[in-house]
Design a protein around this ligand. Structure first.
Ligand SMILES: CC(C)(COP(=O)(O)OP(=O)(O)OC[C@H]1O[C@@H](n2cnc3c(N)ncnc32)[C@H](O)[C@@H]1OP(=O)(O)O)[C@@H](O)C(=O)NCCC(=O)NCCS
Length: 172
């Protein structure tokens, strides 16, 4: 396994997805620190890994290229964290992780995926919309620095996406 800062991608990456393990954490933490102004700590990752096995690492060219942290509660999936190394942006890494999550969720009869995203994070919002997410609501001052979050959701089944009038909607 090679740390992401020593990797570069020249063409669309073939990705391999594995359950996130402690071995991946140093490379994951490097991506986390480079990606967010309020990065998670190593302890946060370790705590979530102990609680759940719904966290995955994406490898490209044997390098840790990105990761996805989720929580599955009843029939809902919550994306808690997703990031891709800058060396691999726009190479389909996050898309591979999202397709994997959507397929896994449908296989296990999950109804919807939810997440929060900073209103200023245009790249992530564009990415989520590409995968069928829509805006459900705004959470005021959700982040420590006072920025608002958009709550976005993606229905995994036809049934979950219909309201009482049979229209497609994003409210549950
Ligand atoms: C958002 C993020 C995870 C996307 O990862 P990625 O691997 O680069 O995304 P993909 O290559 O799979 O992109 C798929 C599509 O999403 C959209 N997209 C991704 N990045 C985008 C950007 N910077 N601007 C506009 N659209 C973007 C595009 O439609 C893209 O398809 P295209 O490249 O064919 O145009 C990545 O930018 C990242 O790690 N950002 C920092 C961490 C972060 O903000 N995480 C989200 C927290 S809520």
């Amino acid at each position: 396994m090679i740390a992401s800062e020593n990797c570069s991608a020249k063409s669309p990456a073939d990705i391999r997805i594995e359950i996130l393990t402690a071995d991946h954490l140093p490379a994951v933490m490097a991506i986390e620190r480079a990606s967010f102004r309020d990065p998670w700590t190593m302890t946060s990752f370790r705590d979530l890994m102990i609680q759940m096995r719904t966290n995955w690492t994406a490898f490209a060219d044997e390098c840790v290229a990105g990761y996805l942290i989720t929580q599955w509660v009843l029939d809902e999936i919550h994306i808690l964290n997703i990031a891709v190394s800058g060396n691999y942006h726009r190479r389909g890494i996050a898309s591979g992780l999202m397709r994997f999550l959507q397929d896994s969720g449908r296989e296990r009869n999950m109804q919807a995926i939810f997440l929060e995203v900073r209103v200023s994070n245009e790249a992530a919002i564009a990415f989520y919309k590409q995968f069928g997410f829509s805006v459900l609501s705004t959470r005021k001052k959700y982040y420590q620095d006072g920025e608002n979050a958009l709550v976005m959701c993606n229905h995994l089944t036809e049934r979950a996406g219909k309201n009482a009038d049979g229209e497609t909607s994003c409210s549950v």
